[in-house]
Design a protein around this ligand. Structure first.
Ligand code: 1HN
Length: 356
């Protein structure tokens, strides 16, 4: 290399790189390989009190049916350039279905879940199995399972949808197929067939010994979740182990076949804080969405403070330190992409202080 750089020749070199569809590393490396994660996604809060009236207006103005498929309104993280993504890997939306409405059946490569804040008037039919959606329940629609929703009550219902849409888009692994326009069988059983077979913790049917990546259990009911969280805190009162950290009960929704995550692309958990508890501060690679189910509190997230009321949602970008304080008993649902990071051996993090 010569000592004196010929600026004109250098500019010409860069122009020729561009014309040949090439890009040198040395001008890009800071962006490509930062010392620690530098996400574009921002910490952000969506208040349920803002989301619900907007969803109701959509309910008045926008029909639900074939083509649009779902009256789902996505959280668009303000750091992600207007894309309908909560984080670089996670889709989160409020979906709204009015009395008597039907969301037509379809299936797609992206696995999905629903988490219900209020109501119990909708059945989601998953591969022909009608599953009631009630407040506090986590309902699964694993990859490539047919699903449509039908509303049988008088009051409209809104819930949270989570999918790994951005991840699957990035991986160019999306497939989609339309099903029947209506729902033939509008049965409304109290228990789905999947629950009758699989909702028996620690008891595996001998007819199903082969592990599958998706949970065969389509509904994780609030009554069971509530009892499991309550038991952790009761045991803490009695001086026995089992609670996640002081004043903080937590559980993960798992595939009863494997004990692993209920869905391969989305980790789902429920947390309960006693009134007055502050959690440890944690941060990790990967991103997350949290939703308040019941109670009030605050999230301190990357130096910002967000008040949380019932139904409120926050997005947690990679490596952003997060802790919660509960004003009342606080029940929080969360989903994240941490399992993907684990599979790829990219999971890092834990409690503060964690220096990169
Ligand atoms: C979907 O199928 C549902 O089934 C909700 O309720 C949201 C977002 C993108 C693609 C498919 C549903 C969706 C979705």
């Amino acid at each position: 290399m010569t000592d004196v750089i010929d600026e004109g020749a250098l500019r010409q070199l860069y122009d020729d790189f561009a014309a040949a569809s090439l890009k040198p590393l040395w001008t890009e490396i800071g962006n490509l390989q930062p010392e620690f994660p530098q996400p574009d996604a921002l910490p952000h809060r969506w208040a349920w009190a803002d989301l619900l009236p907007l969803a109701e207006r959509a309910g008045d103005l926008v029909p639900v049916g074939r083509g649009g498929e779902r009256r789902a309104i996505a959280l668009a993280n303000p750091g992600l350039g207007g894309q309908p993504f909560a984080t670089p890997t996670l889709w989160a939306a409020i979906q709204y279905l009015g009395a008597g409405e039907v969301a037509p059946s379809h299936r797609h490569a992206q696995g999905a879940f629903r988490f219900v804040v209020r109501g119990e008037a909708v059945w989601t039919v998953v591969n022909g199995d009608p599953v009631q959606m009630r407040a506090g329940d986590l309902l699964l629609t694993p990859s490539w399972h047919w699903h449509g929703h039908h509303h049988v009550g008088d009051e409209p219902m809104a819930w949270l949808d989570g999918l790994a849409i951005p991840l699957v888009k990035k991986l160019d692994a999306s497939f989609f197929e339309f099903g029947d326009d209506g729902i033939e069988d509008k049965a409304t059983p109290e228990q789905s067939r999947s629950e009758r077979l699989w909702a028996h913790a620690g008891r595996r049917p001998l007819s199903a010994l082969e592990n599958k990546p998706n949970s065969p259990l389509m509904a994780y009911r609030w009554a069971d979740t509530d009892a499991a969280l309550a038991a952790q805190l009761e045991l803490e009162d009695e001086g026995y182990p089992g609670v996640y950290e002081p004043g903080h009960a937590a559980l993960r929704f798992t595939n009863p076949m494997t004990g692993g995550d209920a869905l391969p692309t989305l980790r789902t958990e429920m947390h309960r804080l006693r009134a007055g508890t502050t959690t440890s501060t944690q941060r990790s690679t990967g991103s997350a969405v949290w939703q308040t189910f019941r109670g009030r509190g605050t999230a301190e997230l990357a130096g910002q403070r967000f008040e949380l009321a019932e139904g409120d949602l926050i997005t947690v970008p990679a490596w952003a330190p997060l802790r919660f304080t509960a004003q009342t008993q606080l029940d929080l649902f969360t989903f994240n992409d941490h399992r993907i990071l684990e599979v790829l051996n990219l999971a890092r993090g834990g409690t503060e202080p964690v220096r990169p």
